[in-house]
Design a protein around this ligand. Structure first.
Ligand SMILES: [Cu+2]
Length: 122
């Protein structure tokens, strides 16, 4: 009877998958109830997801950089469109029921390059 140990060194896969910054960073409103969202020139918001309480949700949209960006809630575009450019801030509010929403920037090409985020209203 022979015991043979096979060491599969040749088949050891490299499982070091790239960590694509992938966490699930979710940002809740600050203590004053305002949901502050920052945009960056890399065409991204400062979190992948945001949380808010149902009712009147107040948004404050600001910018790090110089690119113009907007903030809209999918399906509610006619109710709010915030715009920042040259370091400005913009603010607005929406009456939201509990549910899942999508935030995005409607500047040409920005959403396609990843400028969108989840909004969970509880
Ligand atoms: Cu943008």
């Amino acid at each position: 009877m022979r015991l043979r140990m096979t060491i599969g060194a040749g088949t050891t896969a490299l499982l070091l998958t790239a960590c694509g910054g992938g966490g699930s960073s979710v940002q809740a409103p600050s203590e004053d109830g305002v949901l502050r969202i920052t945009s960056y020139d890399r065409q991204d918001y400062d979190a992948e997801g945001y949380e808010a309480q149902a009712g009147t949700v107040r948004f404050e949209f600001s910018q790090v950089g110089v690119q113009e960006h907007t903030l809209l809630v999918e399906g509610l575009e006619h109710q709010m469109r915030l715009v920042v450019v040259d370091g400005s801030t913009d603010a607005g509010s929406l009456d939201l029921e509990p549910g899942r929403y999508v935030l995005y920037c409607d500047i040409a090409g920005h959403r396609a390059s990843g400028m969108e985020a989840r909004l969970t209203v509880n």
